[in-house]
Ligand binder design. Structure first.
Ligand code: SDX
Length: 429
């Protein structure tokens, strides 16, 4: 390419577009003036080659299997810190000092309760409603209660809304679970850390003292770290697009929850476990591998493949290690699901179809086995993903709002419908 410019020759015209370089990763061709200079759009359904924004938060190298949050490798964050430290990093851009961390933990801990009247919302749902449906509704309803943090032009209110969302998501999620199983809601406890508090709100009952298992709490905290943010994935892009209209932060996060629910995205952890249960035993794996390869069969190997990772998802490696830790802590020696998962991974990674298409296990492949072992029902898996991803969504939302060049997102299209034609009265049709 010429120095920092790309030349497009179109309809006898030669148009130069600036090339912008990032700190690391692919450069971009700024096509903002393409329409005005050539009268054509670019066309990229699914955004395979399109950068929707500039961001300083997360970087993924799909070929190398690298994931950085504000420059820090996910492996180091998962190993050395806790989830709230990663939340601080994503929100503020730097790791906190001890004093900043203590203050952040204190403030999050003391925003974990939700308005008491919101508990009434849950009564409006069927007991067997999918918890994601409940969480989506209740998160959107936060904007009906917290009016003092919906002004997106006030930096203070933006930060208050961000802290409230990070703090209240576990409470909302746990209440959805309790409502689903018909048990009384459990209030947050300020003497518990983030993950322990969530376990307590999910599994404590009024009849006896609930003792949080520190190994499981640490594992869950690490699972939250692994799911915190991931560049411009579908749900984050949804939050950004909703936010670009000026919608309040609670409404934007509810939109993110809705987008995450899809089986091709965050819903994959639940569907992946159902797939492993359907496969059932190692000897049935070849039948499912054949189905995954069959173009006429819509079946896909859930937990495999990724739009960006064309190498092993670094989160999946840490997830696999965490899975083994949790199973051994719980004394689960031979989990048939784990046997199927390990054998499925071995076979798939040696099969030409998967090798050629660079389909590796992603973060959702091992998370379901781990969460099931911890006692969560399958329908709560994506809810836990949403709890963790809330910090990523709200950090990206903040970044978008603070971007001086931010404008409403409004993609165009390639129109292939009928040209203009006159109305025909029904008597003549
Ligand atoms: C998440 O974007 C993110 O960052 C998401 C996420 C995050 O943290 O936010 O990482 C979380 O969503 C992880 C992905 C979870 N989804 C799944 O595990 C569902 C199963 N995976 C597939 O649906 C698929 O791999 C996607 C959706 C993840 C990616 O799809 P792409 O990039 O659009 O790729 P594609 O559908 O064009 O597939 C390319 C080829 C096709 O074959 P050909 O047409 O070239 O012959 O690979 C095949 C696909 O049929 N393929 C699969 C497959 N995934 C892709 N074949 C079998 N099983 C699969 N899982």
């Amino acid at each position: 390419m010429s120095e920092n410019k790309a030349t497009i020759n179109l309809a006898g015209k030669s148009v130069e577009m600036p090339i912008l370089d990032g700190t690391i990763g692919p450069s971009v061709v700024d096509i903002g003036k393409l329409l005005s200079q050539t009268g054509v759009f670019t066309f990229d359904p699914g955004f395979l080659s399109t950068a929707s924004c500039e961001s300083k938060i997360t970087y993924i190298d799909g070929d190398e299997g690298i994931l950085l949050h504000r420059g820090y490798p996910i492996e180091q964050l998962a190993e050395n810190g806790d989830f709230l430290e990663t939340c601080y990093l994503l929100l503020h851009g730097e790791l906190p000092t001890a004093a900043e961390k203590a203050d952040f933990d204190y403030r999050i801990t003391r925003h974990t309760m939700i308005h008491e009247q919101m508990a009434i919302f849950y009564r409006g749902f069927r007991r067997d409603a999918h918890p994601m449906a409940v969480v989506c509704g209740v998160v959107g309803a936060l904007s009906a209660f917290y009016h003092d943090s919906t002004d997106i032009n006030d930096p203070y209110q933006r930060m208050v809304a961000s802290m409230r969302l990070i703090a209240k998501m576990p409470t909302i999620a746990a209440m959805a679970y309790k409502y689903n199983v018909g048990q009384p809601f459990v209030y947050p406890k300020n003497d518990l850390d983030y993950a322990s508090n969530f376990l307590n709100m999910c599994f404590a009952v009024p009849c006896e003292e609930y003792k949080v298992n520190p190994i499981l709490a640490r594992a869950l905290d690490r699972i939250f770290i692994l799911h915190a943010d991931h560049e411009q994935n579908a749900s984050t892009s949804t939050v950004r697009l909703a936010g670009s209209t000026g919608a309040n932060p609670f409404a934007c996060i509810a939109a993110g929850v809705a987008a995450l629910w899809g089986p091709a995205h965050g819903g994959a952890n639940e569907i992946c476990l159902r797939m492993l249960e359907e496969i059932g035993t190692v000897d049935r794996i070849p039948e499912f591998i054949a189905r995954a390869k069959d173009k006429n069969d819509p079946f896909r190997l859930m937990g495999f493949g990724h739009r960006v990772y064309k190498n092993y998802d670094p989160r999946a490696k840490i997830m696999q290690k965490t899975c083994h830790e949790v199973l051994s802590e719980l004394g689960i020696k031979d989990d048939p699901l784990l046997d199927v998962a390990m054998e499925l991974e071995r076979i798939a990674l040696s099969d030409e179809y998967f090798i050629e298409r660079k389909l590796y296990p992603n973060v959702d492949f091992y998370s379901g086995i781990t969460l099931k072992a911890m006692g969560f029902p399958l329908t709560m898996f994506t809810v836990l993903f949403a709890v963790a991803r809330t910090v990523g969504w709200i950090s990206q939302w903040q970044e978008m709002i603070e971007d001086p060049n931010q404008k409403i997102g409004r993609p165009r299209q390639l129109y292939t419908g009928p040209g203009s034609r006159d109305f025909i009265p029904i008597s003549k049709r």
